[in-house]
Design a protein around this ligand. Structure first.
Ligand code: GTP
Ligand code: MG
Length: 135
């Protein structure tokens, strides 16, 4: 079994899609190992998205992620990392995510794409430490 770090981003929380996202995770057969509604300090956002430091959208991404509460989850199950990435859909909700995915069903703009999911075992381990240091 594998663990992945999932975020319902501020747009997902503001739009009332937390239940929808959790429901899809549970219906897939994945389980919740941790769940917290929290505001995001800039330092946490910088660590979380460190790989994007220097990109043209980095500042805007930090402002977005720190702009409202997020729901952080640790999701567990066989191939949880890939399984959640598949549920989320591609990064761009229109060009890449297909209908039937979270982003494909609910998103329109690349920055406001509702959810985050770790992209590799190394990322998952690093991100779980950032969001749930006591886990
Ligand atoms: P995450 O699960 O959030 O990491 O998304 P991802 O892995 O599908 O995409 P990536 O890590 O490449 O980008 C991180 C986040 O930055 C995306 O989810 C978007 O919210 C945002 N982002 C990515 N590319 C762009 C872009 O070209 N413009 C803007 N404004 N935001 C972007
Ligand atoms: Mg990513």
């Amino acid at each position: 079994s594998e663990r992945t770090l999932v975020l319902v981003k501020p747009d997902g929380v503001q739009r009332g899609l937390v239940g929808e996202v959790i429901s899809r995770i549970e219906r897939k057969g994945l389980t919740l190992a941790a769940l917290e509604l929290r505001s995001v300090e800039r330092a946490v956002a910088e660590q979380h998205y460190a790989e994007h430091d220097g990109k043209p959208f980095f500042e805007s991404l930090l402002e977005f992620i720190t702009g409202g509460a997020v729901v952080a989850l640790v999701v567990e199950g066989p191939r949880a990392i890939s399984a959640f990435r598949q549920l989320a859909g591609g990064t761009d909700p229109v060009d890449k995510a297909t209908p039937g995915t979270i982003r494909g069903d609910f998103g329109l703009e690349v920055q406001y794409n509702l959810v985050h999911g770790s992209d590799s075992p190394e990322s998952a381990e690093r991100e779980i430490k950032i969001w749930f240091p006591n886990l």
